[in-house]
Every structure is written in structure tokens, then in C-alpha cells.
Design a protein around this ligand. Structure first.
Ligand code: F6P
Length: 333
């Protein structure tokens, strides 16, 4: 096993690939938030941080205390770096601009604590982040519109998962690195420097309780998977559902598979459940960088021009052959 720390990896990236020291600083700050959040999560009831906060976020979802705490930790830390012009969070109605008289180079989007329904039952949750360039050429404060850039423009993206171990997946567009937090030294150590997702899969993840609401291409695809060795696919598939995207993506990065959260007929005004800017874009970039694919059923997620900060999107990501197959079913319909 390699033993490079995150700091050493960032130094190498700077020397070998010209990683900007300001971007390295931002990643270090996000990683440090992960150390803090992971300790809050690990203490749980001992710190009184479980349960509802008694408020709702912009999407009308009940906030848990840890959603609010994590949002405060990340927001404060990224604005304090002096390299972030504005930040946008799944938990805040609008972006927050830094107070600065000079132009700062980055915007950052995050879901401070993904998989909220797992918080109180001690199951994996995580922080997802996506760094974009600040499109403003002067020091004026960015607004929500400045964030509406396709995922292809991301400069860095990743997640920190709080599970049995705290792990961070990170990409700068040169493959995917996986770090494990050593809780004894509070240091991230590189434990896989070249994460790859197999092109074929034998495991899928989807919330099957919504089956009756799915569109015909998804119904067809899942029916074929469920038919197993006796059906047209001629092989058996296994199913998993953790109900935290961060944990599903992590499983796929570790042992393959496909994850889906399709749009469905429950509320035709919502093109899916997951958020494009905070969840789908960073996870799609990680998948592509690991050799997988990510579409909304029709096109690459990373090519979508966002129209709203809190925009939702259908997501099919993971093993190349499976994502291409379910996408072809949509495009043939
Ligand atoms: O952010 C939404 C989220 O918690 C994802 O992390 C997860 O994949 C999904 O919702 C779970 O949805 P459901 O509760 O419908 O299973």
C-alpha cells in the first residue's frame, strides 16, 4: 500500500501537473471539514447532534441537525480560504459570496451531508463537492447565475464518506484517487491512486419501491436485470440500495455496478430527485474519470447546461456497458 499523505499528493500534483496552489489550498480546506464532520458524526448522540433541526431547506426537505452543522462547517471553511469567490450549498437558498476586494478564482458547490435519512441509524453518509472556475473577470460578487456551468467545466470534484472508515475520493481530471483518513493522526493517506470501474457489471442499485412510477425504458431495463440467467441478459444480477448516493458511488468505485435514480411520473415537473450541481456533476465526473459513464438517460450529465442552481436531474451512472444500454433504451423510446 502507498503511504503518501494528501499534502504530499497535492505537492506532487503541483510539481508534475501544474496544480494551482490556490486549488490545493481549497482541497485541503474541504478535507479538513471532513475531519471535523467525521468526528461530529462519530460522536452522534454523545454530542446531541442527531435528530431534526426543526427547519426546512430550499427544496422543502426537513433538515437534520447534522445537515445544518455540516453546512456551517463547510461554508465557513471555504469562505475563509481566500480563494473562493462564492459557495453554493444544497442546504442554502442562494449562493454566498466572499467579502473580498480582489478577484478570487473559484466557485464551490457542495452537499454538506448527503444521505440524511441514514444519519440517525448510523449508516454511511458523506460530503460531496464540486469546484468550478469563477467566470467573473473582476472582483464583483458572483451570483447564482455564475454557477450555471456544465459539469465539464469542473476543476476538482469528490466526496468524503463517513462510513466504517472515512474516505475521500478526489479527481482533478487525471483519474480518481482514494484516500483513507487515519483517525489517529487526522491525516488522509492515499490508499488507491488509480480507481477503475469495470465496464461490465453484475450489481445494480435503484429504489425499486418506485417501480410503478418509472418510465417504460427503465421498466424494461430493470425487468431484464431481474429476469437474470433465464432472461435476455443471460446472467444473474445482485441488488443493493444504501439510500445515500455517496455510498452507492463509493461501492461502484470499489467493486463495480450501476446506480440509478430515474425521473418518474410522481411529479412530472421534477426531472429526477438528485441535484445536478451538488450531486450528479461531481459524481459523474468521478465515474468518467474511473472509466465509467454517467447520463440522464439521454445525454452525458457533464454536458448539461444548468438552468437553475437547485436543478434536479435523472441519474444513471457506473459501468460503461450498463449505462450505455439503459441510455440506448431511453433514446430508442
Ligand atoms: O440526496 C438525496 C438522497 O439521499 C441520495 O443520497 C440517495 O441516493 C437518495 O436520496 C435516496 O432516495 P430514497 O429515499 O428515495 O431512497
Amino acid at each position: 500500500m502507498q503511504q503518501k499523505t494528501l499534502a504530499e499528493v497535492l505537492q506532487n500534483e503541483a510539481a508534475a501537473n501544474g496544480l494551482d496552489d490556490k486549488l490545493a489550498k481549497l482541497i485541503e480546506a474541504v478535507a479538513a471539514c471532513g475531519v471535523e464532520i467525521s468526528s461530529e458524526v462519530a460522536c452522534g448522540a454523545l454530542l446531541g447532534v442527531l435528530g431534526l433541526a426543526g427547519s426546512e431547506n430550499v427544496q422543502g426537505e426537513e433538515q437534520k441537525k447534522l445537515d445544518v452543522i455540516s453546512n456551517e462547517i463547510v461554508t465557513k471553511a471555504v469562505l475563509a480560504t481566500g480563494v473562493v469567490a462564492a459557495c453554493a450549498s444544497e442546504e442554502m437558498d442562494h449562493c454566498v459570496a466572499a467579502q473580498s476586494s480582489e478577484r478570487l478564482p473559484y466557485l464551490i458547490c457542495y452537499d454538506p451531508l448527503d444521505g440524511s435519512s441514514n444519519i440517525d441509524i448510523n449508516v454511511s453518509i458523506g460530503t460531496i463537492f464540486s469546484v468550478l472556475p469563477n467566470p467573473r473577470e473582476d472582483a464583483s460578487a458572483p451570483t447564482d447565475v455564475d454557477f450555471l456551468q456544465p459539469g465539464d467545466r469542473q476543476l476538482a470534484a469528490g466526496y468524503i464518506m463517513y462510513g466504517p472508515q472515512t474516505q475521500m475520493a478526489l479527481t482533478f481530471g487525471r483519474g480518481v484517487m482514494l484516500f483513507t483518513l487515519d483517525p489517529r493522526t487526522k491525516t488522509y493517506v492515499l490508499t488507491n491512486d488509480n480507481v477503475k470501474v469495470a465496464e461490465q457489471a453484475k450489481e445494480f442499485a435503484i429504489n425499486c419501491s418506485n417501480m410503478r412510477h418509472w418510465e417504460p425504458p427503465v421498466q424494461r431495463y430493470i425487468k431484464e436485470l431481474l429476469a437474470g440467467a433465464e432472461g435476455v441478459r443471460g446472467k444473474d444480477f445482485n441488488m443493493r440500495w444504501v439510500a445515500a448516493m455517496v455510498a452507492e458511488v463509493h461501492r461502484i468505485l470499489c467493486r463495480g455496478g450501476i446506480f440509478m435514480y430515474p425521473r418518474d411520473n410522481r411529479d412530472p415537473s421534477k426531472p429526477g430527485k438528485l441535484r445536478l450541481m451538488y450531486e450528479a456533476n461531481p459524481m459523474s465526473w468521478l465515474m468518467e474519470q474511473a472509466g465509467g459513464r454517467a447520463t440522464n438517460g439521454h445525454v452525458r450529465i457533464l454536458s448539461i447546461q444548468p438552468e437553475k442552481l437547485h436543478q434536479r436531474v435523472a441519474v444513471f451512472l457506473g459501468a460503461r456497458e450498463e449505462v450505455e444500454l439503459v441510455t440506448s433504451y431511453h433514446n430508442a423510446a
